[in-house]
Write a protein that binds this ligand. Structure first.
Ligand code: NI
Length: 269
């Protein structure tokens, strides 16, 4: 009997400790799938493209906003904003690759246009790319048409570079309103992704402080914010990532984290 109980506990522990989530059934129609298939064919011959993960169907998001996700597993999403940057982002990608960590990049459209090869590397290495406007605008100051342009142009640059259409959005500065979030969700399908841990790395408080704040703030289901355009932030990542791994955290992309929450039925609609 004791052995049976132990076996059961080990099995349950195995289930709970995994951040794997089965994707929804792959969609067989629609522009999103077509864009991905086209891109697969287009980049099939590019080095590294064969490392691209299988992509599930276009996700459906229950909520208009996420700052964290209620999950039972020790999973977190590391997010990097405002890039890509020509030297800092590739250095960060090397660090992530060494640790087999998947992250989410909220890219600025003008930078996507300037460095499309970095976006292609992100996708080839299993990361998620998300929309962070074309010019890093404060969207609360824009007309509705200007807001639409900011999101559409940024999405177009990502799709043009990678063939993958983003499904998530983060408002620059976290500045948004309930009305804007509702409009973006209904017109673009994007939930607005905020964060649960902000190390304020853009204020450059020091490498150790950035790492300490990320590690201290991490909780299961957390969305951690950092900026891959700042060299000291990249310098902080080996310590931050290794300490989070040592604490038992597993890294997933934001869309994977949301899927884990929805799978558990733990998120409110
Ligand atoms: Ni930003």
């Amino acid at each position: 009997m004791a052995r049976l109980v132990l076996t059961f506990l080990a099995f349950a522990g195995l289930l709970l400790s995994s951040c794997q989530v089965a994707g929804p059934a792959a969609s067989t129609s629609g522009a999103w799938k077509k864009g991905y298939d086209d891109a697969s064919a287009k980049y099939a011959s590019k080095p590294g493209w064969n490392q691209a993960p299988s992509v599930p169907g276009k996700p459906v998001y229950a909520q208009t906003t996420y700052s964290s996700v209620s999950v039972s597993q020790p999973c977190v999403a590391m997010t990097f904003d405002d890039g890509p940057h020509p030297s800092n982002t590739p250095r960060l990608l090397d660090m992530l690759k060494q640790r087999n960590i998947k992250a989410t990049f909220f890219v600025v459209g003008t930078n996507s246009q300037a460095y499309p090869q970095i976006l292609r590397r992100m996708i080839a290495e299993g990361h998620e790319i998300a929309n962070h406007t074309w010019t890093h605008a404060n969207i609360t100051t824009l007309s509705t048409d200007a807001l639409r342009r900011e999101l559409r142009d940024s999405a177009d640059a990502i799709t043009k570079a990678t063939g993958v259409t983003p499904t998530l959005f983060r408002p620059p500065y976290g500045a948004t309103t309930a009305n804007i979030k509702a409009l973006i969700k209904s017109e673009f399908g994007y939930p607005s992704i905020i964060w649960s841990v902000d190390p304020e790395d853009w204020k450059r408080p020091g490498v150790q402080v950035v790492a300490d704040r990320l590690v201290a703030g991490a909780r299961p289901g957390g969305i951690l914010l950092a900026h891959d355009i700042h060299k000291p932030t990249i310098d902080a990542m080996p310590s931050a990532l290794d300490r989070l791994l040592a604490k038992g955290f597993q890294f997933v992309t934001v869309s994977q984290l949301i899927a884990l929450g929805q799978k558990g039925g733990a998120t409110a609609p």
